[in-house]
Design a protein around this ligand. Structure first.
Ligand SMILES: Nc1ncnc2c1ncn2[C@@H]1O[C@H](COP(=O)(O)OP(=O)(O)O)[C@@H](O)[C@H]1O
Ligand SMILES: [Mg+2]
Length: 354
């Protein structure tokens, strides 16, 4: 997706070329320029410039040297990603997202939060990337999206079913990233299915309740970590993940609350303060939303079916293969791969309205 380059002053850059002549490519190009040129934060990639040559579109970013979270967590034959680094990445990404949602002007929803869009630098600081799908919340306040955008496995239930977009859909996707950090598993993995559960979220829920209620993390935490993690940090991350993936968008915390929970500045009970009437049920997770877990599974199945039927879909998340496993680049995606391998798994579909 990206080529590495060097400017005449020695600055290292990443150049993304968007697929020429595709409407989706043009939309993503415009969105990235409009949004990312306005946002400046140490946990968001910086856009240095762009270039239009005929029908070709290029975006030029500050180069982030150490690949992505997806690479460090899931790529085969990688050393285990240490707990300390996982915490640092989670906190950095949370700060970047909190800034986008709450502090920048206009407030912005990313819409494609996932491990492959979290870049890592040499000191394992996280930088959120890929603003091709981002939307100003001004555009979304009164608007139900006609297209569902995002990545299978990370989509918030209300967004998958009705196209209703709020910052809380990013919070859900961020919760899925936290589950990856905790468990070391991919959100959708055909080679290692989640027993009867279709998603990492349904699989992890009872294990998170057990962990938070009686401190038993067995079966939940990435076995590769062995016992090399701090139990109170792990509890904090599990509590943040559990609150973030609630079915009810209203009951998910804001990103700034997640940042404070990570920093140990609010008690875990306060994670849901003001959004849940009943504090002692914080770890029950059984939120009484009219959107049931069964319904969510049905929506995801529909989404998956459409995704597989669509020619433009090329997702490692769905096949469980990585680009290096099959030696091929995904084809038909909105950008072309040149040097750095990326996995484009973003899908654009029409929602099914009942
Ligand atoms: N600033 C950057 N520095 C280094 N690598 C980058 C940078 N931006 C993107 N990449 C690499 O290119 C891949 C694809 O970039 P991304 O912006 O996510 O585009 P896409 O829309 O193709 O997913 C990323 O997963 C990452 O591996
Ligand atoms: Mg991407």
């Amino acid at each position: 997706m990206e080529t590495k380059g060097v400017l005449s002053d020695g600055t290292k850059v990443a150049v993304k070329q968007l697929k020429a002549g595709s409407g989706q490519g043009e939309r993503e190009f415009q969105a990235e320029i409009h949004i990312i040129s306005r946002v400046h934060h140490r946990h968001l990639v910086s856009l240095l410039g762009y270039c239009i040559i005929g029908s070709q579109r290029f975006l030029v970013y500050d180069f982030v040297p150490n690949k992505t979270l997806e690479f460090h967590l899931h790529e085969k034959r990688r050393p285990v990603l240490e707990w300390r680094k996982r915490m640092k990445i989670a906190l950095g990404a949370a700060k970047g997202l909190a800034y986008l949602h709450e502090d920048c002007n206009p407030k912005t929803i990313h819409r494609d939060v996932k491990a492959a869009n979290i870049l890592i630098d040499d000191s394992f600081e996280a930088k959120l990337a890929d603003f091709g799908l981002a939307k100003s919340s001004l555009d979304t306040d009164t608007h139900v999206s006609t297209r569902i955008m995002g990545t299978f496995g990370y989509l918030a239930p209300e967004y998958a079913s009705s196209g209703k977009l709020t910052d809380k859909s990013d919070v859900f996707s961020f919760g899925v990233v936290l589950l990856e950090l905790i468990t070391g598993r991919r959100p959708v993995d055909k080679s290692q299915p989640f027993a009867d559960d279709d998603s990492i979220v349904d699989w992890a829920k009872p294990l998170m309740i057990q962990a938070l209620n009686d401190g038993n993390f067995d079966g939940l935490v990435d076995p590769r970590l062995e016992d090399n993690f701090d139990i109170s940090e792990m509890s904090r991350m599990v509590a943040c993940a559990a609150a973030s993936v609630r079915h009810s968008a209203k009951r998910r915390p804001k990103m700034s609350q997640i940042v404070r929970a990570f920093e140990g500045n609010i008690s875990l009970d306060d994670l849901t303060e003001g959004v849940t009437p009943c504090h002692n049920t914080i770890y029950s997770l059984d939120d009484s939303s009219d959107y049931s877990s069964t319904r969510y599974k049905e929506d995801l199945k529909k989404f998956e079916k459409m995704a597989f039927e669509s020619q433009t879909f090329a997702s490692s998340e769905c096949t469980g293969l990585t680009t290096s496993d099959n030696g091929q680049n995904p084809s038909g995606t909105s950008s072309s791969s040149i040097i750095i391998e990326g996995q484009h798994a973003t899908q654009e579909i029409e929602p099914q309205r009942q």
